[in-house]
Design a protein. Sequence first.
Length: 365
Amino acid sequence: MPETHVRRREALRAHLRERDLDALLVADLRNVRYLTGFTGSNAVLVVHAEDDATSVFGTDGRYLTQSARQVPDLEHLISRPTLHDLSELIGTRAAKFGRVGFESHRITVDELDMISAATGKVELTRAPGLVERLRIVKDDAEIEALRMACAAADRALADLLEHGGLRPGRTERQVARELADRMLDHGADGPSFDSIVATGANSAVPHHRPTDAELHTGDLVKLDFGALVDGYHSDMTRTFVIGKPADWQRELYDLVAASQAAGRAALRIGTEVSAVDAAARSVVEDAGRGEEFLHGLGHGVGLEIHEAPSLAKTGEGTLSAGMAVTVEPGVYLSGRGGVRIEDTLVVRDGDPELLTLTTKQLVVV
């Protein structure tokens, strides 16, 4: 979709002109992908504030054919070391690249020293987060990729349950491996992160890593996982009970479900992100369990599994249409078990669009 990437680079140029920058040196591979569509493992990009005719894409010879196909509309520099040689090229065109911003949140001190030496008289200035600022609001192509990623995760979970994947005697690791395989079966390029499978008391650990712990009748089982499609990450958590739930388990689940519903309802254009967190957190606090809600309510998802905005007490900014975020309250009773319920949603004019469609009713397996 070259036209999509042309539009994104043009949007970036508006920010460059606001900052009085002649160009931006983009070193983060996810940002390069966002602006060009290139999916290889080595790339650097300089986007000029004037037009694409002055912009340059750099990679190495391994990606000669791939880059010609994926980035047909920019000048190419095929070289290695790519960052050094592109910096040197900028230096030879100092008249065009007088003041260049660089991704100071991504480029190391050693890399900056090298870039400074290679660019010569070009003025370098810190310009963190300019591309990420664009990435906060997703376009139609990005939202479609997120839909596909969420659908792959939904279908994988449905298959896991249908084939008895959550049953006494299985281990957390076995469940995690099967879940990953089933996401691949349903079109995912891979899992979007290392899946969390946590049974019994382990479910009270928010980011528990799967072990050889076995599932037992009476356990809460928490699954936090996602699928990767075209570079975009889905994220979903569901909590199950093996066998008849105890009263405390059902009460805990109902509390988290109420909190999650309040968070989803607060996803409105113009709402402060901290207020979304507060809407969900207040439900838990009113029940006297505020100290057992151990993390922020949610986060943005896209080319990274965790990106802006942050739906947390300390989060800054307001919601805009097209933001893709998670809503994932959890309450964790140390040594007993915990519940988290998480969806991926897109902020819309009116109700948010729900991308993770698996039921949020308590499922007993």
